[in-house]
Design a protein around this ligand. Sequence first.
Ligand SMILES: Nc1ncnc2c1ncn2[C@@H]1O[C@H](COP(=O)(O)OP(=O)(O)OP(=O)(O)O)[C@@H](O)[C@H]1O
Ligand SMILES: [Mg+2]
Length: 244
Amino acid sequence: MSLLEFEHVEKSYEEEDVLHDVSFAMDRGDVEVIVGPSGAGKSTLLRCVNRLTEIDGGRIVLDGDPIHDLDVNDLRRRVGMVFQDFNLFAHRTARGNITLGLEEVLELDHETAVERADAYLGQVGLSDQVDSYPAELSGGQKQRVGIARALVMEPELMLFDEPTSALDPELVGEVLDVMADLAAEGMTMLSVTHEMGFARSAADTLTVLEDGQIVECGRPEHLFETPENDRTAEFLGRLTDLEQ
Ligand SMILES: Nc1ncnc2c1ncn2[C@@H]1O[C@H](COP(=O)(O)OP(=O)(O)OP(=O)(O)O)[C@@H](O)[C@H]1O
Ligand SMILES: [Mg+2]
């Protein structure tokens, strides 16, 4: 059974079709990277998975459960999300940002929550920053707190929406390294990113989305070397040029 399945998903805002007939499936442990021009519907696609946005047609199924049959809090515990702009609480420390969900959603006692938060901060290399506030952290460190905050809920699936695009270039690597480790450990990951080095080395599937539709989808090396669609070739060519 697939871990995540999109079946003919439709989404529109007012008159505008934002996702049209989007279908794909991911198995447990799959890493899928989505690319596409601005406005293609990439963030919308991710946001539909944990119901930050509701779809208008079709179905999304998580490990056999249509997400619309799930309690939204259960769904969000099973699906972690990492945002471009971190979304950390400024008045809470790195540790405090992570214990919040553990205490309020999972209802763990404070001591257990702290222990678990610290373990995940350690996993993303931030053991020495547990008491720092977001303003005292670099962008790369903030994003690693964001990743730890999602991981601590022990999700089945992780969503990443351009996790490195707000970072200074020299801080991108430390976040991609954490993502690559997660991928290697078998986490199922659906990530919007234009970091093509990451796509080539870590992704099982590269999907090109344009105007709310999947233009092409396949092994990254296949899309880079023998794209079937002219738009794919043009788009990936442009991204690769930018990285050089
Ligand atoms: N809440 C909203 N209300 C109305 N329109 C929206 C809303 N969110 C997104 N849209 C529209 O849906 C389309 C797709 O937006 P989306 O943010 O999913 O694109 P994207 O591929 O993530 O783009 P970017 O690369 O710029 O992040 C855009 O035309 C956008 O204006
Ligand atoms: Mg977006």
